[in-house]
Design a binder for this molecule. Structure first.
Ligand SMILES: Cc1cc2nc3c(=O)[nH]c(=O)nc-3n(C[C@H](O)[C@H](O)[C@H](O)COP(=O)(O)O)c2cc1C
Ligand code: PXP
Length: 224
């Protein structure tokens, strides 16, 4: 079709033909399966048919004055996984930062579409140790460091004002390391639930959910 034609949204569908995800092959805890799926997503990226294997949707929910939770969602990059938690980095004064300060419960979803797979996690979020944020910030490309210092993420900004701020920060740090700004750092979530979704023909997908109670994981199959 040409770009001037309206896409047929209602008629658009793919068939999912992934392998089975069955209890007999699944571990008792979610992390080894998550690591295996992550490794396969990276392998697919290396083979050129999957992009952004670490991109994940992050949902937060502010409770408004009328008492209703109003969710908001955006993409962030998964930057760490281990010791029962995942992590990502952002601006603590952004919309998501403000919402997490008010309500630390969040949800994430990773979609690896070419593999017909999705992983969802929910749980409580906390800031990582400032030293970890400083170290990660120091590992980023210089342009991204300058951007993090220059951008009051989620606030209204004039294009000219942002460009001026970037120019000023670029000049300020010329010839030396860009200092870590304390308003920029990591969050970690130790999920209380992790769901693996493997797409299957006729929408009869496999879904296994792991739930953590105390230190132990339970596992159950969910209807597709
Ligand atoms: C593929 C992709 C990756 C992104 N990764 C991040 C990230 O790791 N951290 C971040 O703060 N914003 C990231 N963003 C931008 C966010 O989606 C979002 O625009 C920004 O964080 C502001 O969100 P908020 O106003 O809801 O706080 C990414 C966007 C895309 C499309
Ligand atoms: C605003 C913003 N912050 C942070 C990131 C994560 O970037 P990095 O991999 O350089 O930490 C991104 C990636 O798109 C982004 O858009």
């Amino acid at each position: 079709m040409t770009t001037s034609e309206k896409p047929d949204l209602a008629g658009e569908r793919s068939d999912y033909i992934g392998g089975r995800l069955i209890e007999a092959d699944a571990p008792d805890e979610p992390w080894s399966l998550f690591d295996a799926w992550l490794a396969e997503a990276f392998a697919a990226r290396d083979d050129g048919y999957l992009s952004e294997p670490t991109a994940m949707s992050l949902a937060t929910a502010a409770i408004d004055a009328d008492g209703h939770a109003r969710p908001s969602v955006r993409t962030v990059l998964l930057k760490g996984s281990g010791d029962g938690a995942i992590s990502w980095f952002t601006n603590y004064e952004s919309r998501k930062g403000v919402e997490l300060a008010a309500n630390p419960y969040a949800a994430v979803s990773l979609l690896w579409a070419p593999l017909h797979r999705q992983v969802r996690m929910t749980g409580k979020v906390e800031r990582v140790d400032p030293e970890e944020s400083r170290e990660y910030f120091a590992s980023r490309p210089r342009g991204a460091q300058i951007a993090a210092r220059s951008s009051a993420q989620s606030r209204v900004v004039a294009a000219d004002a942002l460009a001026e701020r970037v120019a000023a920060e670029t000049e300020r740090w010329e010839g030396r390391d860009v200092a870590w700004p304390e308003h920029w750092g990591g969050y970690r979530m130790a999920p209380e639930a992790v769901e693996f979704w493997q797409g299957r023909p006729d929408r009869l997908h496999d879904r296994l959910i792991y739930r953590r109670v105390g230190g132990a994981w339970s596992r159950a199959r969910l209807a597709p």
